[in-house]
Design a protein around this ligand. Structure first.
Ligand SMILES: *[C@@H]1O[C@H](CO)[C@@H](O)[C@H](O)[C@H]1NC(C)=O
Ligand SMILES: *[C@@H]1O[C@H](CO)[C@@H](O)[C@H](O)[C@H]1NC(C)=O
Ligand SMILES: *[C@@H]1O[C@H](CO)[C@@H](O)[C@H](O)[C@H]1NC(C)=O
Length: 573
């Protein structure tokens, strides 16, 4: 008896000792490593040991494959569950970490006197704040200050970090650590022409009248669903200027109230100062061509601060914020015209981001990105030896928008397109991509990944958009222009659907690749190519291609495909 008790006490003492064990006694192993910082960054030495770092821990999500199945079920027009989007809590059931994951990771942090706070709705992302010295010992690493040479911007990163061996299966990644994103540089435009405007014909120039004409959008039909929000994301200190918008509407949309404007939402110290000199080309383009095309649709400009703590320039934070929002302020469509090169982001982090789009899509938001403006060359254009897919277009759960010329019959030569090296070809595009690859044969073999998610999905007019910027009319071209135009068409369709008591379209791709939808609502684009990396790029042809996707939408045909009018006699009404 006595012995038993003493044994029990001894055992208890052992357990206490184990709990109090310093971290160094957990076996650590390198979890992520890169040989050098990304192009353009140099190591400028150690940060001060007491400097506070905010780190994010992405925990293993319990059933992403299950959520993917649900996404298809609610997004495929052939499914009986089409349109039955999930709530944030339903999504969280698939995404939240298991209790084993949560308790294992929490125990480890507690050993280090750290407490974590969840920063995502499902609790799969935890945040800790700690001094650099402590982060160095926690992750058996050495954080350094890295300077981005072109911009002079500094960030604290490391080339490798370790995790306890027993936790490696529970943690997907810790950020910011080994990701070196160039500060998102301003959007790239194929042309910015600020010369005084000669009046040119539609086709040579683009403005709301030309676009509404090209797509048969009836501007007399004003959207009226007050919670059918079209979100426009703004990053890198790109500010949408109200005076420029007013001037734009007065000249381009004299039929609507020139004081029509957008709602501002700010995240992580985002802002939208109105000093004319701070007016941004991209932000103005996106705002003017959503408000100018999606007549009557409420537009929210979501401005994300430059130092969003996700280590991803706010790309992940904006999505996690929207997932947590009530459904009446969460946009049904989110349009973003900024991108990175896929290779600049570690695959694990790209996956965390892509899984966030999966969640928002399952909740019924159409997540729309421009495909890039340098053809097959990602954001680099010429200086590449292998085609560079852009991110987030590389993610199967977003809709990637390429560009066509002003007549809609030919690809714009800058239209970004290609194949991901991180994500496999999703089912909804598998047969289209296979047909394209068969046509391509062995051209470019070795320059791209034939088993990857292929993009763009669709394309829209992108050349010579007249915008007002800092009080002047300038012309800009790019998939940056195509994305808000396509997003506006989807927002208008959603308005009509909701008006009929139907759900918004949500994740679009199974709908866009559907043969019936295409036969009514998409015009295949068969000419043009997207040169880059010293090659002629891919060539547009019959069917899907990595230049224009399935093609250029026909707004009335999409209405018909959705049963909003008789598909055989849909007309301008
Ligand atoms: C396309 O969608 C329609 C419903 O609009 C559905 O009946 C059809 O099966 C779908 N086609 C394919 C190939 O999934
Ligand atoms: C919205 O507009 C449609 C047609 O444009 C109209 O039929 C409907 O009654 C309007 N709904 C509301 C709530 O005003
Ligand atoms: C090509 O893509 C597949 C599917 O995503 C991936 O598993 C593979 O690693 C990629 N190959 C290269 C060389 O990047």
């Amino acid at each position: 008896m006595v012995r038993l008790v003493s044994q029990f006490i001894a055992l208890a003492a052992l357990v206490c000792a184990a709990l109090a064990k310093p971290m160094s006694e957990r076996a650590m192993a390198v979890y992520d490593r890169r040989p050098a910082p990304a192009r353009g960054f140099v190591n400028s030495g150690a940060p001060s040991a007491g400097k506070q770092l905010t780190l994010r821990l992405a925990l293993k999500q319990n059933n992403i494959a299950g959520l993917e199945k649900r996404l298809y079920a609610v997004s495929d027009p052939a499914s009986v569950e089409y349109g039955h989007h999930l709530s944030a809590d339903e999504v969280a059931e698939f995404v939240k970490p298991t209790s084993d994951t949560l308790s294992s990771v929490t125990a480890w942090l507690t050993e280090h006197d750290l407490s974590a706070k969840p920063v995502s709705h499902a609790g799969d992302i935890l945040e800790i704040t700690l001094p650099v010295a402590k982060a160095n010992s926690l992750l058996a690493t050495e954080f350094s200050v890295f300077t981005h040479l072109d911009s002079g911007k500094t960030s604290i990163r490391t080339l490798s970090y370790s995790l306890p061996v027993d936790l490696q299966a529970h943690i997907d990644n810790i950020t910011p650590t080994t990701s070196f994103l160039p500060p998102v540089v301003g959007p790239q435009f194929a042309a910015v022409d600020s010369s005084p405007q000669k009046r040119q014909a539609c086709g040579l120039v683009n403005n709301p009248a030309c676009i509404n004409g090209l797509y048969d959008i009836n501007t007399k039909r004003k959207a009226n669903q007050s919670t059918n929000i079209l979100g426009v994301a703004g990053f890198i200190d790109q500010y949408a200027n109200e005076a420029d918008l007013k001037q734009f509407l007065a000249s381009q949309r004299p039929d609507i109230d020139p004081s029509t404007t957008f709602t501002l939402q700010t995240l992580y110290d985002g802002s939208n100062p109105q000093d004319p000199s701070l007016s941004g080309i991209e932000a103005n383009l996106d705002i003017q061509y959503t408000i100018g095309i999606a007549t009557g649709v409420p537009v929210t400009f979501i401005s994300v601060g430059p130092d969003a703590p996700d280590g991803l320039s706010g790309f992940l934070d904006i999505i996690n914020t929207l997932i947590s929002e009530p459904s009446d302020t969460r946009p049904n469509v989110l349009s973003t015209s900024y991108a990175f090169d896929e290779q600049d982001l570690p695959q694990s982090l790209a996956t965390t981001l892509c899984n966030a789009y999966l969640q928002l899509g399952a909740m019924g938001t159409s997540v729309i990105f421009s495909s890039g403006d340098l053809g097959v060359g990602g954001t680099r254009g010429l200086t590449c030896t292998r085609f560079l897919p852009t991110l987030p277009s590389n993610c199967p759960w977003v809709t990637s928008v390429g560009a066509v010329n002003g007549y809609g019959d030919q690809a714009a030569s800058y239209s970004g397109g290609g194949f991901s090296n991180y994500f496999p070809t999703p089912d909804y595009q598998a047969s289209d991509v296979a047909a394209f690859l068969q046509m391509l044969g062995d051209q470019y073999s070795g320059l791209y990944n034939s088993t990857g998610r292929a993009f763009p999905d669709v394309s829209a007019t992108g050349n010579n958009f007249e915008i007002v910027w800092q009080g002047q009319v300038v012309q800009v071209s790019g998939t940056s222009a195509s994305a808000p135009v396509f997003a506006s068409m989807i927002a208008l369709l959603n308005d009509e659907l909701i008006g009929h008591g139907r759900p918004p379209l949500g994740f679009l791709n199974p709908f866009l690749y559907n043969a019936t939808v295409r036969s009514f609502g998409i015009a295949d684009v068969r000419f043009g190519s997207n040169p880059g990396c010293g090659t002629a790029g891919f060539t547009a042809g019959t069917g899907w291609d990595p230049v224009t996707g399935v093609g250029n939408p026909k707004f009335y045909g999409l209405r018909g495909a959705l049963g909003l009018c008789d598909p055989l006699s849909c007309s301008f009404e």
